[in-house]
Design a protein around this ligand. Structure first.
Ligand code: ADP
Ligand code: ZN
Length: 265
């Protein structure tokens, strides 16, 4: 039986205030949705993708913008010299220092990680562990759609109450132009090659906790917290070759809040 300390949301908010949390995981592992959950506790969301797009929009004619866009359009990583100062600028803002933050999409290279840890003490890194099978399947077969206003992600496994409309903010839901099998596989390859290898380094710099999306056979869990497809509990093939059930948006929020409650209370 998991603890339900977090059911006292105000207590959990107090406990995580000012904390600096890093989200780590492959594309499609739910970093966006976990960021929303952490934002709901009062942390400031800093996303490298959003920060980059904002920077480019600010002055489209600048050398920096043109240079960054060319990488982003190809789905390649923007050079460290560009992204590092942008993110460090964000993180040094008073609101991030005061409220704490959740950093999503950064670091993605060892050099970025070194730049970050040399300046800021991170309280916790969370690794979002999602079976490989689901990363592509969930996005493609589940028809991932994202809120244009608040970036909450939905799919046929986690459908919104009203199709096309965000449960959270009423914003319009859209498919992402780069959610194609080939692009996703490319983004996954990039992750395997450039990002995943420095996970052991992260462990030397902060506490790394794994947040699995799967539910073990032994665990008792209510259906309301499970991913279903057409009303049936969905079973995924795990990386080890077994089968497992998976948590949905609500189930993952519960698991995340439990973990934070245990760690910080
Ligand atoms: P995705 O998770 O699909 O890659 P993002 O919105 O996080 O989408 O990022 C969009 C693009 O911005 C990436 O394809 C990449 O070009 C660039 N980018 C984002 N974060 C970083 C980073 N930490 N280092 C280098 N480039 C980045
Ligand atoms: Zn929304």
């Amino acid at each position: 039986m998991e603890s339900h300390l977090w059911k006292n949301l105000d207590k959990l908010k107090d406990a995580v205030r000012g904390k600096k949390i890093l989200l780590f995981g492959p594309p499609g592992s739910g970093k966006g949705n976990r960021s929303r959950d952490l934002e709901a506790l009062g942390l400031i969301h800093v996303s490298s993708g959003i920060a980059l797009r904002a920077k480019v929009k600010e002055d489209q004619e600048s050398e920096l913008s043109k240079n960054a866009s060319s990488y982003m359009e190809r789905g390649e990583l923007v050079p460290d010299e560009i992204i590092v100062p942008i993110i460090m600028d964000h993180l040094s803002q008073e609101k991030c220092q005061k409220n704490g933050f959740v950093l999503d999409g950064f670091p993605r290279t060892k050099a970025q990680a070194e730049a970050l840890f040399s300046k800021i003490k991170i309280d916790l890194a969370l690794y979002l562990d999602v079976p490989r099978k689901f990363l592509v399947f969930g996005i493609i077969e589940g028809k991932r759609r994202v809120c244009v206003e608040c970036a909450t992600g939905y799919s046929d496994f986690d459908p919104p109450h009203i199709e096309g409309v965000c449960d959270k903010c009423g914003g319009r839901l859209e498919r992402r132009a780069d959610d194609q099998v080939e692009t996703i596989e490319n983004r996954l390859k990039l992750y395997d090659k450039q990002t995943k290898p420095f996970l052991p380094y992260i462990k030397t710099q902060t506490t790394l906790e794994i947040l699995p999306i799967t539910v073990s056979d032994k665990e008792e869990i209510i259906k309301k917290h499970l991913k279903t497809l057409k009303n049936h509990v969905y079973w995924v093939e795990t990386d080890e070759g077994g089968k497992a059930r998976m948590l949905n948006l609500e189930g993952m929020r519960e698991r995340l809040y439990n973990l934070l409650g245990k760690r910080f209370q």
